[in-house]
Ligand binder design. Structure first.
Ligand code: AMP
Length: 453
């Protein structure tokens, strides 16, 4: 019988890592962590099927750190011990931040290699060799081909969000990168879904991998209240302003299909008096970073995003996701709404559906195995909001609720009594001015749409 892994110490992680986890308020491993960490510590290759919000980053970062701390790797100049590849800059930055957080009590060197910024500093950061390198494929290949870095000594490789790499056309680049790595290595591949091409990738580059998975990606997190509003295309902007003004919005990500659409919509929201910004691939890295920081800090409560740019946005207090347009690929719906209800909190996902989008809606229903009630918009009541729409929440800035992600929900791991899973408004640290919602508030939000999870 397998031993139960209820605590991080049961997993055999080094004391300095346990201390960092404790400081973060993580009381116990999430399901993906409990399954993946022993496998990685055992030096096995691994395929991890998990969506964002399940704690998947720590599931591979913690055992990598453990191995590095325990002296397995001493990279030479321009080399790295572990390489983590991510499809987007935002996700790479997020992983880098996590590595730094979990290694705060040990000396581990890290480098972040992403596009959109000049490479000079990045080249310097790897010149003496680095323990963990987090990179997007394009910048990694650029630096590798200019001889600024070598992959010869890399012992551990992680391909994070492989399905997104596929969507973004990175698979040829990944194959080229993989072929430059030493044969003797440990490889991990993480993906929310497992399309054929990703299975092939795993078969070609992983050796006898252990497969660990949690909640299939076709199943949106249960804590997300999902609402579909039939709205005519021409009425969508107006409806969005109404929702952002009237709903109990803490932070909202609004998804559009195109970059141009994201810009236009953000401008419209600004004109309607809402602080909003757009984030997409045509923006410079600096603009993207500023928008993200403003959003994290609560200065810009509404972020209009395209799918690719939104990958890797890990902000705990996102109370609402709005699908201004439904995605063409149904799995993307699951990824989008997974931006809310992170780390043990609840969230609301509102999807607009115009007449032309009905087939897309049907495809989503098929994927997640549920049907939406089609309630005409006019029959829905709208929850009133204490303040007039989303505004600055300085007191709440960067408040991170450290509840258990992807699991049963419940109280925050840090034990804050003020926060429960019904509260969408305030992460744990803003207990002082928490506009706490009770069960009845949750009921009233249901009038506004159907709980369909
Ligand atoms: P991820 O799925 O890696 O994007 O992680 C989602 C969120 O869960 C992040 O904000 C992490 O900081 C947080 N997290 C990861 N592991 C734990 C844990 N064991 N307990 C509490 N929070 C966690």
């Amino acid at each position: 019988m397998k031993a139960k892994m209820n605590n991080f110490s049961d997993l055999g992680l080094t004391e300095a890592i346990l201390r960092a986890l404790d400081a973060e308020g993580y009381s116990k491993p999430t399901p993906i962590q409990a399954k993946a960490i022993p496998v990685v510590l055992d030096n096995r290759d691994m395929v991890g099927i998990a969506q964002t919000g399940t704690g998947k980053t720590a599931a591979f970062v913690l055992p990598i750190l453990h191995q590095i701390i325990n002296g397995l790797y001493r990279p030479s100049r321009g080399c790295c011990g572990a390489l983590i590849l991510a499809p987007t800059r935002e996700l790479a930055m997020q992983i880098h931040e996590s590595v730094q957080t979990y290694s705060r009590f040990v000396s581990v060197t890290t480098a972040l290699l992403i596009g959109g910024v000049k490479p000079h500093k990045q080249i310097k950061s790897i010149a003496r060799g680095v323990d963990i390198m987090i990179a997007t494929p394009g910048r990694l290949e650029d630096l590798e081909s200019s001889d600024a870095l070598s992959l010869e000594e890399t012992k551990i490789v992680v391909l994070d969000e492989a399905d997104q790499m596929l969507d973004m056309g990175f698979i040829p680049a990944i194959r080229r990168i993989m072929s430059k790595l030493p044969r003797q290595r440990q490889t991990m591949l993480l993906s929310a879904t497992m399309p054929k091409q990703i299975r092939h990738l795993a078969k070609d580059f992983l050796k006898n991998p252990a497969e660990v998975s949690v909640a299939p990606a076709s199943k949106p997190i249960d804590r997300i209240e999902q609402i579909v509003l039939p709205v005519a295309k021409a009425d969508k902007r107006q409806k969005l302003v109404e929702i952002l003004n009237k709903q109990d919005v803490e932070r909202a990500i609004v998804f559009t299909r195109t970059k141009h659409g994201a810009n236009k919509l953000a401008r419209h929201l600004e004109q309607a008096g809402l602080a909003a910004d757009a984030i997409h691939g045509n923006k410079s890295q600096g603009q993207r970073q500023r928008a993200l920081e403003g959003f994290k800090a609560g200065d810009i409560p509404v972020l209009v995003a395209t799918d690719i740019a939104a990958r890797g946005i890990d902000v705990d207090g996102v109370s609402h996701v709005v699908n201004f347009e439904l995605p063409n690929v149904p799995e993307v719906y699951v990824h989008r709404i997974g931006r809310t209800a992170r780390a043990g909190t609840e969230g609301v996902a509102i999807s607009f559906c115009d007449a032309e989008e009905r087939d897309l809606l049907r495809a989503i229903e098929k994927l997640i195995g549920r049907r939406f009630d089609s309630v005409p918009d006019s029959e829905r009541t709208t929850q009133s909001m204490p303040q007039n729409g989303p505004k600055k929440h300085a007191a709440n800035s960067r408040g991170k609720h450290r509840g258990k992600p992807g699991g049963e929900g419940g109280r925050s791991a840090s034990g804050s009594a003020s926060h429960n899973t019904r509260s969408r408004r305030r992460p744990a640290r803003s207990a002082g001015n928490d506009n706490n919602r009770s069960g009845s508030a949750s009921k009233s939000s249901n009038q506004n749409g159907r709980r369909w999870a």
